[in-house]
Design a protein. Structure first.
Lengths: 325, 336, 493, 336
């Protein structure tokens, strides 16, 4: 797009926009699906000429630079998955001051001008934890496998988790570690837990199916596991008998919602600053079977067409093609 | 030197002294490994086949990677790219082997090993024609391999055959109580490679080139060819480490940081007593060194040290071990 | 000498290393059954020619024929196949491997070389030794044995005697003679013209990479050879003799050691060096002279004994401490003293870098002193941006000039003329005398006995770590020095 | 030697030719940077203060880190730990500076720089007393620093003062249109350090020791001291890079992978023409090299290359640049 798109407030269907995306975790299934959803939405809307991806493994300082790069390259709106809650505020305000709205998906940022589109991560942490503690009858040793250290979503989930924990004095956390939302790390930590301690239940921040694999192959008795709505995990919950667990919904396609919001803003529609999806705890076989989609990428969620926000079809996300690709 | 010379020569090296100097390190490092395992056994509730298997199996990739680095360093180079090669081979395997029969996966594995050897030979070739320091070119190859890995497998996935997983892990699921296949694998591969290096002319020429380029040159060894060979062998071994990775995880993951693997491989050969200046060292000692490095993590977790502590510990270990042996060695040199 | 009755003949060989023309157009013909000398000043191209004939390097142009047939020498194995075996100037054994492993690299077994080693009194050598634990002289003989084991038609020996003791030299000569009697040939390179005249039948003389002469050595004397090697330049080497041998007993002692010992290498060495004196020191290889110099220069700590500079105790932890007190070293190996990639100027001024007196810029007068050093030594600074490009002799001058620039009271000079052509040698002798005349003192170790009488006022002889005799410089005869160097008390008749 | 020769050599070095050969690399690398910026300007809609500032400011840490590596490598070492030092200093700053006044943050910054110098001097000291290759000991220090960073700041956070952010970024928010403070910072620091290295005896003794350790030692350079000094200076510069990081982010993050920073610093000095064998190179050329490496990412994004592609590109760039220059250099030697 060119400069006057920046203040795209003047509406007008035929003008086209450029979306910028800043993601700091590459090669992660959840993030990949998030990006595919953004591309799909951009394509579905038909008024996006290009999606500029700033997509690399880096830290806050790196993401600040990346967002500046996106601003420099004159995108009309920026969708970020924030590496830090408040460190990005200044650069986000800078973008806003240049007429570029910033939409933070998956996790909140404290910047007043930022739009926030996410699953409610505090809820995510809490509902899953409560389910687990109930399943353990309020008694026992729990391994707490968190996400990416310092990521707002991780801290929010921790808030929820701790809130739940406070109500269950009988529960003891015997293991706490960060998986960095990396399945292979999850597997390793699973092995560590198997070999070096005895636990009654495991809460994971969505690194679930590789963990379960470790249990099944180690031939160790399963303990209740809380994970996310990863297709592979759901399959395990359905097929493996003796495995009890709950999938807490955390659809990556929230990225698509972010893109939708961004474009609504650019098209001059009025949009809420905050769009929260309330996570659901799914543990009943029937519901699980309803969620399962054969041969979908292991780490992906089948919940893509998030009504009423997105206008793409599931297939478009799977194809993962943006405008002009 | 007069007629006296020969006596003094013999005198200056009592057989056992020489033996200690030659193999002391190897023996020592094996002992340390055994002690560590014993200590670990006391730390955890139960210590059986499963625990042993999980150490041997999961240690295999680092062992192979360390041996890869060892071959190249002994020949006078250093390959920062091995970690990248591990990741690249691992994800390529995961992508190509998904849903294939056992036979097919074996063929794919062999193809990958060959490809890796050729690619890394190319790296060695570039080093020789450009005579740019190894560390520079291989820094480049590290980036390249890591990047290629990401484009081969954008997000974690792929798969392999049960039989293939069994070869490296003694179980079709990658985990179990059977350490033997992995152990055998290590013995055969490392045994073969170190026999080749210590006994055959072509192998010895790696030591020669690493030890003294001109002298090697004058004894008719073609430094360029040696370098290329060492990189080819190293590349294949690094790829083997990658295959082991895939067999263990049952899938590939391009986000694995190749750089860290490289650093660990260097740490391992250093612990294994391979001189980074080239020409000196035994691959037999590199095996336990690799296992120890892998092994630190479980031990420290069992001891309840937190991850950051674990890292500090690993660093301090390397520094202390190296510094101490360095000082001793230097003392020895000074004296004799 | 047409190539028909020649074992090997090379025609118009040329070779350049970057800027250096090592060989312009060199011819060489070696007949069967002769010992042929290849002579020339340093850098004349001898080693290069040898390396080309052994196919270690390929010539830029020229042809080689063996037994009259054109030979294509691409890699060392070709040359071996053609019946040529070489002992190179630089040792060709891998330091970190055992002797047997080294043999295996050249596809030989210990049994193949053992008979030859026995001939050299090394029969009981242990092949599992690591090369780095074996003294240089022995390694050279191993190189020889390895070459002989190839049973070559032509044996090429590049300065093999340089590192050998007199008795070992005789072993080598015996083998050479034997080779000759078998109707085979030897190409012999040495800077010791005495050896050449003793052993060789004919000589090919190179200068700056070109043939300047072909001599039958019958009845030729050293001076003729030297003139041939260096052209018409007159040799003023004897000129320095005049002022040696003065009596210094009235002069103050500037450097003194008392019972200096380093393990069993140096045993209770006590010596006193007076102002303005050049004290010579000589010994066979490996009698502790290296260690003595290392201790005196502060490189090693003595295990016992003391050193005094101007009467004050010197307790040196590193050369730095010795240098601060004016005791400076010119090491045997100039490569050990040079900063290869730095400029000549920088190489000359390093000693100044550690002067706390002037932590930052070099003082003006120091700049000038550097310039003066360049002039005084007429160092050839054409390739001055990188010291590694200087010729051997010029590199040597830099290692001495460095100290002229920084100033010193005592110069420890370890074999400064090793591998230097006679002209440069003469320059260095003069320089040492001048230094002494100006009131500095010099401790000069030399492996060339002649230099004792040439430059030294007084001389010591070391054997097995001890000072075994002291002689008056000018009157010292090589015979008495030699016998002392072999630990014999009397001059044999 | 003969009178004839001088002409020949004089001829081969016309003043400008010599100048080019001496400074060619520096000039070339600066040109490349300028061309790249020019090209970037054409890729994006508007190119103004904001764009320049975002490159200079965010490039600063890598530049300082590269200079740190440069000092150490020129003095004959190599410090894999610099990346760890960057992270450690960054998180320490973030933790200590949170909620402090400007004056306080400055004092803390200085304290950190001094501490870093001392700690890294210690690393250098260990290397000298143990004579173990630098790469080994610093591999250890890398792990140690990274681990310490984690224990200093277990979860990302902390903060700093507006004034402090301004010093490195020309704005109290860490971003803006003002590249001058950062630029000035680079000019002053690098200017000072390279003047010291190239013009003073203490600095030149780093080049000397790097060029040939024994030779320098035998000529009265206290090689040990030089190494320690180079590590101290390098450590301080690495810490400075960490401070820049904190100023940019406004907080610290111990999960940053120090190893990657180290690899980039090595890549940068290599691009900057510093010989990893020591004794050769100019810090002035390292600055643009660092900026270029940082700068690749925005450019490739603007070109629409995907991230994995970017990595490959970076690697290929290093290899090609180095290989080509290597071959040319070698050719020159051959011909001239
Ligand atoms: N590897 C090399 N690179 C550059 N120049 C070289 C190399 N080897 C030899 N030279 C140069 O080639 C010329 C001939 O060297 P060469 O070793 O053949 O001389 P030499 O006659 O053997 O001298 P010496 O008596 O000192 O052994 C010298 O100027 C030397 O500096
Ligand atoms: N590698 C090199 N690069 C550039 N110039 C060189 C190189 N080697 C030698 N030269 C120059 O070539 C000239 C001849 O050098 P060379 O080494 O042949 O001298 P030389 O004959 O060996 O004299 P000396 O007896 O002093 O060793 C010298 O002026 C030297 O500066
Ligand atoms: Mg020479
Ligand atoms: Mg020679």
């Amino acid at each position: 797009g060119d400069d006057d798109d920046a203040d795209g407030g003047d509406g007008g269907g035929e003008e086209t926009f450029t979306l910028g995306v800043s993601n700091t975790l590459v090669g992660n299934a959840w993030r990949e699906q998030m990006i595919c959803a953004i591309k799909a939405e951009a394509l579905a809307r038909g008024n996006v000429d290009r999606v500029v991806l700033q997509n690399r493994n880096t830290d806050v300082a790196g993401q600040i630079a990346d967002i500046q790069t996106l601003i420099s390259q004159g995108v009309d709106a920026i969708i970020i998955n924030p590496a830090d809650r408040s460190a990005l505020d200044d650069v986000i305000e800078e973008a806003a001051s240049q007429g570029i709205p910033v939409i933070s998906v998956d996790a909140p940022v404290t910047a007043p001008s930022a739009y926030f589109v996410s699953n409610d991560q505090v809820q995510y942490g809490e509902v899953g934890a409560r389910w687990l503690f109930e399943a353990l009858g309020g008694e026992g040793n729990v391994a707490y496998m968190r996400g990416l250290d310092g990521h707002p979503a991780d801290t929010d989930r921790d808030t929820g988790f701790q809130a739940a924990l406070a109500d269950y004095p009988g529960i003891e956390i015997v293991y706490e570690n960060w998986t960095g939302w990396d399945p292979s790390v999850g597997a390793q930590q699973g092995l560590e837990i198997l070999t070096t301690m005895e636990v009654d239940g495991i809460w994971t921040s969505g690194i679930d199916y590789t963990l379960v694999e470790q249990f099944s192959v180690a031939g160790v008795d399963f303990v209740p596991v809380v994970g996310a709505d990863n297709n592979a995990f759901i399959e395990q919950l359905i097929t493996i008998d003796g495995l009890v667990g709950a999938a807490v919904s955390n659809p990556p396609s929230v990225g698509g919602v972010g893109a939708a919001v961004a474009l609504d803003i650019l098209e001059g529609k009025t949009v809420d600053q905050q769009t929260l999806l309330i996570p659901a705890v799914v543990s009943e076989k029937a519901d699980l079977e309803a969620m399962f989609v054969p041969d979908l990428t292991a780490g992906w969620s089948s919940y893509m067409e998030i009504a009423p926000y997105v206008s793409y079809t599931t297939q478009m996300v799977i194809d993962c093609k943006g405008p002009g690709e | 030197m007069t007629a006296a010379a020969p006596q003094s020569l013999v005198a200056s090296t009592v057989p056992w002294k020489r033996w200690v100097r030659r193999h002391g390190w190897t023996v020592g490092i094996w002992l340390i490994l055994i002690l560590l395992i014993g200590y670990y056994a006391t730390l955890i509730p139960r210590f059986g086949g499963f625990q042993v298997a999980s150490i041997v199996n999961n240690g295999t990739p680092l062992v192979f990677l360390a041996v890869a680095q060892g071959v190249i360093v002994i020949a006078g180079g250093i390959d920062l790219g091995v970690g990248g090669m591990l990741v690249l081979s691992s994800v390529s395997a995961a992508r190509l082997m998904e849903g294939q029969s056992f036979e097919a996966t074996i063929i794919i594995a062999i193809a990958i090993l060959i490809a890796a050897a050729i690619i890394n030979a190319g790296v060695g070739w570039i080093i020789t024609v450009s005579n740019v320091p190894d560390i520079v070119i291989t820094l480049g190859s590290l980036y390249v391999f890591q990047g290629l890995a990401l484009s081969v497998l954008p997000n974690p996935g792929g798969g392999t055959s049960d039989g293939f997983r069994w070869i490296f892990t003694g179980s079709s699921t990658g985990i179990g109580t059977n350490p033997w296949p992995a152990a055998l694998m290590i013995v055969i591969v490392v045994g073969a490679v170190s026999w080749w290096m210590a006994r055959t002319r072509s192998g010895l020429s790696l030591y020669a080139a690493g030890s003294d380029r001109t002298a090697a040159y004058l004894s008719g060894i073609r430094a360029a060819r040696v370098k290329i060979v060492s990189y080819a062998v190293g590349g294949a071994l690094a790829a083997l480490a990658g295959l082991a990775n895939t067999a263990i995880a049952g899938r590939g993951n391009a986000t694995t940081v190749g750089g860290n693997h490289t650093l660990n491989s260097v740490a391992a050969i250093v612990l294994g007593g391979v001189a980074l200046t080239g020409g000196v060292g035994s691959l037999i000692a590199v095996v336990p060194a690799g296992l120890i490095l892998f092994f630190l993590n479980p031990i420290l977790t069992a001891m309840g040290v937190d991850p950051s502590g674990a890292q500090v510990f690993q660093g301090v270990l390397i520094v202390i071990v190296m510094a101490v042996t360095g000082i001793l060695e230097w003392r020895r040199r000074r004296r004799s | 000498m047409d190539s028909i009755n020649s074992l090997l003949s090379a025609r118009g060989i040329s070779k350049r290393y970057g800027p250096v023309v090592a060989l312009r157009s060199a011819d060489l013909t070696v007949r069967p059954g002769e010992v042929h000398a290849l002579l020339g000043a340093n850098g004349a191209g001898k080693s290069t020619l040898v390396k080309i004939l052994s196919a270690v390097f390929s010539a830029d142009s020229g042809s080689v024929s063996v037994h009259g047939e054109q030979a294509t020498l691409r890699r060392p194995s070709d040359s071996v196949a053609a019946g040529i075996a070489t002992v190179f100037q630089d040792p060709a054994l891998i330091p970190d491997l055992s002797l047997s492993q080294n043999l295996r690299i050249s596809s030989l077994e210990p049994a193949d070389v053992l008979p030859w080693l026995e001939r050299m009194n090394l029969g009981n050598i242990d092949f599992e030794l690591q090369v780095s634990d074996v003294p240089l002289a022995v390694l050279r003989l191993l190189d020889l044995a390895r070459a002989l084991a190839r049973d070559p038609q032509l044996l090429m020996l590049d300065e093999i005697t340089a590192a050998l003791t007199t008795d070992q030299v005789t072993y080598v000569f015996d083998l050479m003679s034997e080779w000759k009697e078998m109707g085979r040939s030897v190409l012999f390179i040495s800077h010791r013209l005495g050896e050449v005249l003793e052993m060789c039948d004919r000589a090919t003389i190179l200068r700056n990479g070109e043939n300047v002469a072909h001599l039958e050595l019958e009845g030729v004397d050293e001076v003729e050879l030297v003139t041939a090697m260096l052209g018409e330049e007159i040799l003023k080497e004897t000129a320095t003799r005049a002022d040696t041998g003065r009596d210094f007993s009235d002069q103050p002692i500037v450097l003194e050691t008392r019972d200096l010992s380093l393990r069993d290498k140096v045993v209770g060495v006590s010596l006193a060096l007076r102002k303005g004196e050049i004290l010579g020191l000589t010994a066979l290889e490996g009698q502790g002279q290296d260690e003595l110099f290392q201790v005196m220069s502060g490189d090693y700590r003595p295990t016992s004994g003391e050193m005094f500079v101007d009467g004050e105790r010197l307790n040196a932890w590193s050369p730095y401490d010795a240098i601060r007190r004016g005791v400076v070293l010119v090491p045997a190996d100039r490569q050990q003293a040079l900063l290869p990639q730095r400029s000549v100027r920088e190489n000359l001024s390093i000693p100044l870098y550690n002067r706390p007196s002037q932590w930052f810029k070099l003082a003006k007068d120091e700049e000038e002193r550097v310039d003066r050093a360049v002039k005084r030594l007429d160092i050839d600074v054409r390739a001055g941006r990188q010291a590694q490009r200087l010729s051997g002799g010029n590199q040597q001058k830099v290692t001495i000039g460095r100290w002229l620039a920084s100033g010193f009271t005592t110069l420890l000079c370890f074999d400064p003329t090793r591998g230097i052509d006679i002209q440069t040698k003469a320059q260095i002798y003069d320089l040492l005398r001048e230094i002494a005349a100006e009131g500095a003192s010099v401790l000069l170790y030399t492996s060339e006995l002649r230099e004792i009488s040439l430059v030294c006022d007084r001389a010591l002889v070391m054997y097995a770590g001890r000072i075994v005799s002291e002689v008056d410089g000018p009157t010292a005869t090589e015979a008495e020095l030699l016998s002392a160097a072999h630990g014999l008390s009397e001059v044999p008749e």
